[in-house]
Design a protein around this ligand. Structure first.
Ligand code: ES4
Ligand code: ZN
Length: 325
């Protein structure tokens, strides 16, 4: 009943994709050769063989080391532009894409280099009929001081960045650690979201800090919210968006978390389907929809609801939203 053609053709918003997670093995190899960087593998097959993670930590090791091939503004442009072409194939009309400044700054790449490459690709994506925006993520396993320094660096590029997020290893790195940079970001007019990864220790505490103290506008993943009925009812009431990523969940925890995702949808929570790190987790946004449809009892209405929720909880203007809803 639910066909690839239907899922691919449905207009969607992508709200949870890490640009560095869209680095396909082919581009990784090509950039490694161009920039004379030894990544330890010499063929596509060798690179793919390293993609056998079974936890967030083992994934993040592969993910951060893969980024070493990104060196020049044009490398960042190419990475983002290749992703936007994939977005078009998936009928993504609007994308709010994460990027990780600290992962590049730590390698000696200037802020200007990656922001200008990414932003130029966002501008050129308009020609593909893809509306592309950027969300700058702080790495939560680095200090709050470091996040605040990134926020200062971003001031020269304020109009190129729609929002701020928080990603990387959540264990022992609660939202409140970042109250200063997030409060400052909100004061500067950035939209806000945060990862609340699946199966984290103290998940509900972290979600409460994010929603009740920092006041973020969305939660990335966040499906553990089901452990707290009052909190679940409240996010349903305020129409807070949750961005679920089934293929990512499957790699990190061996489960798509489809039961949780469908339970939240049934309860009226504005949850939607996204791809996280598509080059590393085996598929782009439509593949994530199809993985759910193949493994759970999903109706066409459920699929349409996910797509609607993605536009509703996106940060496009109310006027723009009316075009899609
Ligand atoms: C990520 Cl799967 C995942 N979890 C946390 N941080 C991330 N950054 C990129 N992918
Ligand atoms: Zn993510």
């Amino acid at each position: 009943k639910i066909t690839p053609n239907f899922v691919y053709g449905l207009p969607k918003a992508e709200l949870h994709v890490h640009l560095e997670g869209t680095l396909e093995p082919e581009l990784k190899l090509a950039l490694a050769k161009k920039n004379h960087i030894n990544i330890g593998q010499e063929t596509i097959e060798d690179i793919k063989a390293t993609y056998n993670y079974d936890s967030l930590a083992s994934f993040l090791d592969v993910y951060y080391s893969g980024m070493s091939v990104l060196q020049t503004e044009s490398d960042f442009y190419t990475l983002a532009m290749e992703y936007f072409k994939r977005a078009k194939e998936n009928n993504i009309r609007h994308v709010e894409a994460f990027f990780d400044p600290q992962a590049h700054l730590a390698r000696g790449i200037n802020f200007d280099t990656f922001i200008n490459g990414y932003y130029r690709a966002c501008q050129d994506a308009k020609a593909l009929n893809v509306d592309a925006q950027l969300i700058m993520c702080f790495l939560r396993d680095m200090s709050a001081q470091s996040a605040s320094e990134v926020l200062v660096m971003a001031q020269n590029h304020r109009e190129k960045i729609l929002g701020v997020g928080l990603d990387s290893d959540e264990h022992h790195n609660p939202p409140l650690k970042f109250i200063c940079p997030f409060t400052n970001a909100i004061a500067q007019g950035y939209r806000t979201t945060m990862h609340a990864d699946i199966d984290q220790v103290d998940s509900i505490d972290h979600i409460k800090q994010a929603l009740e103290i920092i006041n973020v506008e969305r939660l990335d993943h966040g499906t553990n919210i089901l452990e707290d009925k009052d909190l679940t009812n409240w996010v349903q009431k305020i129409h807070l968006g949750l961005t679920a990523c089934p293929l990512s969940n499957k790699f990190i925890s061996d489960e798509f978390k489809g039961n949780e995702i469908l339970e939240l949808l049934d309860q009226g929570v504005k949850i939607s389907i996204h791809s996280d790190d598509p080059a590393y987790f085996g598929g782009y946004i439509s593949d994530n929809y199809l993985a759910l449809a193949d493994n759970y009892d999903l109706s066409v209405e459920d699929i349409v609801d996910f797509a609607k929720n993605s536009f509703e909880t996106s940060w496009i203007s109310p006027v723009q939203k009316e075009m899609y809803l």
